[in-house]
Design a protein around this ligand. Structure first.
Ligand SMILES: *Cc1c(COP(=O)(O)O)cnc(C)c1O
Length: 244
C-alpha cells in the first residue's frame, strides 16, 4: 500500500460513512427518533486492520467481526504503534461463537450479539468469571424461522434463554438480535422482532436494546426500534466471496 492508496481509501470511508449517517438521520427524522439512540457497528469482516484504524480515526469505534480468529488477528495488528487508535475500540462479535472460543472472546469483546444457546451462556459466563473484571454484554440472537443453520434461538425458547443469562452476573442482557431470513420482508420481520423485544422487557426491563439492520435494510430496522445497526458493505464496500 502506498501512501496515496491509504489516502484514497480513507476518503472512500469518509464518503461512505457520511452516506450511512445520512440514511440513519433521514429515517430517524421520518419516524421522530433521535439518531443518538443508535449505535453504528461497522462490520469489518474480510477487510484489513488498516480499515479498522481508518474508521476509528473518523469516529467509528464500535467494530463488528463475525469470527473470533479474524478479530484476534486484527486486534494484534492494531497494537502496532503506527495505528494507535485515537479512542479505544469496542469489539462486537456478531457471528456464531463456538463454546471452545469463549476464553478468547471474553479476552477482548465488549459485546456478543449472537448468544443463542444455553451451553454458550455458561461457557461465556464461566470464561468471564475466570478472565476479566467487567461483565460481558450480550444480545440474544433470535431465529425468525427456526432454521438452525443461520444460528439463533427458536422464538419459543427465547424467554428460557433470557432467564439463564439473567441468572449469571458475569453477563449483561442487552436485548435481542436477528439476521432476517432471505425472503422475509424487512418491515415485517423487524416488527416481529420488536414485539419479541417488548415481551422480553416485561420480564427483563433493562434488556431494551435491539440489534437489527444491515446495509440493505437499516431503514426498516430503525423504523422498528433498532438501537444497534450492523453495517458492513455500505461502509467498506463489497466483500470478496469467501468460502465457508
Ligand atoms: C456481515 C454481517 C453484517 C453486515 O452485513 P452488510 O450487509 O454487509 O451490511 C451484519 N450482521 C451480521 C451478523 C453479519 O455477519
Amino acid at each position: 500500500m502506498t501512501r496515496h492508496d491509504d489516502e484514497r481509501r480513507r476518503a472512500e470511508l469518509v464518503t461512505a460513512l457520511g452516506a450511512v449517517r445520512a440514511r440513519i438521520a433521514d429515517v430517524c427524522a421520518a419516524v421522530g427518533r433521535d439518531p443518538r439512540e443508535l449505535t453504528l457497528v461497522a462490520v469489518t469482516k474480510t477487510f484489513p486492520a488498516v480499515d479498522v484504524a481508518a474508521l476509528a480515526a473518523i469516529g467509528v469505534t464500535d467494530i463488528g467481526e463475525n469470527k473470533d480468529q479474524e478479530a484476534r488477528a486484527k486486534i494484534k495488528e492494531l497494537a502496532a504503534p503506527q495505528y494507535a487508535p485515537p479512542a479505544p475500540i469496542r469489539w462486537h462479535l456478531v457471528g456464531r461463537v463456538q463454546t471452545n472460543k469463549a476464553n478468547s472472546v471474553v479476552s477482548y469483546a465488549h459485546c456478543v450479539h449472537s448468544l443463542d444457546r444455553p451451553k454458550l451462556v455458561h461457557a461465556l459466563a464461566d470464561a468471564v468469571g475466570r478472565g476479566r473484571p467487567a461483565p460481558l454484554e450480550v444480545f440474544l440472537q433470535v431465529s425468525m424461522d427456526g432454521d438452525p443453520d443461520r444460528g439463533g434461538v427458536p422464538i419459543d425458547r427465547l424467554a428460557e434463554l433470557a432467564d439463564l443469562v439473567a441468572a449469571r452476573p458475569e453477563l449483561v442482557l442487552r436485548g435481542v438480535m436477528t439476521v432476517l431470513p432471505l425472503g422475509v420482508e424487512p418491515d415485517e420481520g423487524y416488527a416481529r422482532l420488536a414485539e419479541l423485544s417488548q415481551r422480553l422487557r416485561a420480564d427483563h426491563p433493562q434488556a431494551s436494546a435491539i440489534s437489527a439492520g444491515m446495509s440493505g435494510d437499516l431503514e426498516a430496522a430503525v423504523r422498528n426500534g433498532s438501537t444497534h445497526v450492523r453495517v458492513g458493505t455500505a461502509l467498506l464496500g463489497r466483500r470478496e466471496q469467501v468460502l465457508g
